[in-house]
Design a protein around this ligand. Sequence first.
Ligand code: TPP
Ligand code: MG
Length: 694
Amino acid sequence: MSPEHEDLMTTDNQQDVLSINTIRTLAMDAVQQAHSGHPGAPMSLAPVAYQLWQQELRYDPSHPIWPDRDRFILSNGHASMLLYALLHLAGVKRVTRDYKVEDALSVSLEDIQKFRQLDSATPGHPEYRWTSGVETTTGPLGQGVANSVGMAIASRWLAGHFNKPGFEMFSHDVYAICGDGDLMEGVASEAASIAGHLQLPNLCWLYDSNHISIDGSTDLAFTEDVGRRFEGYGWRVLRVPDANDLTVLGEALHTFKTLRGKPTLIIVTTQIAYGAPKLQGSSKAHGEPLGDEEIKGTKRNYGWPEDAKFLVPEGVRERFQDRMGARGKKLREAWDARFVEYQKQFPELADELTRMQRREAPKGWDSELPTFPTDAKGMATRESSGKVLNAVAKNYPWLVGGSADLNPSTKTYITGSESMKPGEHAGRNIHFGVREHAMGSIVNGLCLSKVRGYGATFLIFSEYERPAIRLSSLMELPALHIFTHDSIGLGEDGPTHQPVEQLASLRAIPGLIVLRPADANEVVEAWRVIGQQKSHPVVLVLTRQAVPTVDRTKYGAASGVAKGGYVLADAEGGKPEVVLIGTGSEVSLCLDAHDKLTAEGIKSRVVSLPSWELFESQSQEYRDSVLPPTVRARVAVEKGAAFGWERWVGFEGGIVAMRSFGASAPIKALQQKFGFTVDNVVKVAKDTLAKAKA
Ligand SMILES: Cc1ncc(C[n+]2csc(CCOP(=O)(O)OP(=O)(O)O)c2C)c(N)n1
Ligand SMILES: [Mg+2]
C-alpha cells in the first residue's frame, strides 16, 4: 500500500468519518424529502464505497469519460442515493450528449434535493445517459453485476487490441457493489460463472451481505454459502467482517489489485441502516423513508446538527478532490500525454480509439459488403448474415461477440479471429455458453465500454434474454441481438422451439429496432443499418431455412430496407387494388401470390416491411407512397403472432399469421396447416378485396 493511503486505514480518522456521514445524511434527507426510496443500503454501504473511491478508484471527476477510467457500478440500484452522493461530493462533471465535458456538476446539491422528481439528475434508480458518471442503468437486480462482466471483458479486449510496448492505453478495473438481491438472481450466477471461467483478473464485486432483503431476514429464502459458491466458480473470495473497518476493507481491495489471476468477490458484512440502531433488523429501512424523528436521532448519533438538512460540512468535497480527484487527474493527464505520442506512432489505432469513443463506425467499414446474385433456391438468411457479418468484421475491428452455445447454427463466428479463453481475452469470439440472459447483459457491458458487442441465439430464447434487451434500449446502446430459427419454419424441433409471439413483443420495446430481412440482399442492407447505429439496439431476425434471393432487376432495390419498408413488386401503373405486406421468409410467398393474382387480373402490390420502427420514422408522405391510404384491401403475411398487424392492414384487412403455438413436423406440413401457402394468401387477398369493395 502506498504511504498516501496510510491515514485512510484508521477508522478514527475524523475526516473520513465526517465524509462517510455526509453520504449517509444526504441519503436520509433525500429519501425523506422524496417520501420514497431506500435509505438503508446507502447508509450502510457508505464506508465501503467511500473507501473504494478514495483508495483505489482510478477516476478523474473532471473528465468522467476518460476511456481508461476504472468503472464503478452500483448493481443494487435501489441504493441510488449512495451513487448520487458520491458523484456530488467527488465533483463529477456533466457531459453533453456529444461528449463535451461541461463546467457544471453532474449531480448538484439541488438535484439531490429533487431526488426522484421529474427531470432531475437523480431518478429513482441510476440511469445511464441521463446522469453523467452513472456507468450503467441499474435497478433490475442482477443486471449491474452482469454488465460488469462485459465491461471487464471489454477492458481486457481493448488492452489486447490497443496496447503496444510502452503504451498501456487500457488497463482499467471494474468494481461492482451488489446486494443479496443481486446474488439471488440467476443472471448474476450466469455472469459470475463465465467470469470465473475466463479468469477475468480485473473484476471485483463487493457484496453487501446484510442478511436482509425486502421480506425480511435472508433466513427466509437465501441461506446458501455464497462464498463457497463463488469459489466453485473460480473466484477469489475475501471477507470483511465489518463494513466500518476501513483497514480490513482497504486490505481486501489491495489484495484484489495485487493477486489478480481471477475475479474477486469481497463479502462485506454490513448492518442495514447503520447509525440508526433502532432500525437494525427492521424492514422499514428498505423501501421507506426513516421519518423525521428517526433521522434526528441518527444525526445526533453522528454528532450532526439534528435540524440541518442536506448539509455538506466544510472539507468533505475538498477531501474527495485531494485524494480520488488528484490521483485520477494525474493518471488521466499521463494517459492524455501518452495518447498524444500514441497518435504519432500508431495513427490508425489512435483514430480507431477516438472513433469508437464517439460510437462512430470505422472508416470504410462497409467497403467489402457483398451483393448476392439472384437465386431461386437462395439461402437461409442466417447463412447470408454469417457471410455479411464476416465482411463487416474485416473492417470493423471492435465488433466483438458470439453465441450462447449455438455458433454452428447462428453463423456468428468471426473467422480468422481467436476465441476468448481463460486468461486470454484478445480474441473477438466469445463463447457465452448456454447463458442467454448473461449474454444479453454482457453485450450491454461491452457496448457501455464502447465495443460493438453482439450476442446470438434462437429467436425463441430471446425470452431468456429479454430483460437485458429491454435495458439495451433504455440505455440507448447500439447493442446487436442476433436471432435465428425465427419461425415455425424451423420445422421438426416443434413448438418449444418455434417462436410465435416473440416478434410482436420485441416490437413493443420502445427504441428497439427489429429487423427481419427477406433475402440475402436485404440482409446486407440490414447490416448497413446496424453498422451505423449509435444509440439504438438492433434485433436481427433470421431464418433457419433457405429463402430465394430476389431478382433486383425485376423488383425494388434492397436499399429500401433502410426505410423499414418499401415497394418490392407493384401493379402496372402503380395503382394496386390490394397490398400484400410481408416480412422475412414470407416476402417470397407474397411475391408468388402476387404473380398468381396478376395472372388472374387482380392488381396487387408487395411491400417488404423488414422493420416497423424504421418505417414509422419515415415521413407521412413516404409511408403513404408505400401504403396508399386509399387502398384499404391489405393483407399481412408473417409466421409470427397476428398481434399488432391491424396497425398496418386496418380492421378490414387480412392477416395470415399464427394464432396458436406451432407443431413438430416438416416445414411443408406446417405451411399447409397454418395457411402459409400461395393459395391461401391469394384467397385471403381476394376475400379482403371483396370486403373492401363491399
Ligand atoms: C429483478 C428485481 N426484482 C425485484 C426487485 C425489487 N427489489 C428492490 S430492492 C429488493 C431487495 C433486495 O435485497 P438486497 O439486495 O439484499 O438489498 P437490501 O435490502 O439489503 O438493500 C427487491 C426485491 C428489483 N429491483 N429487481
Ligand atoms: Mg440485503
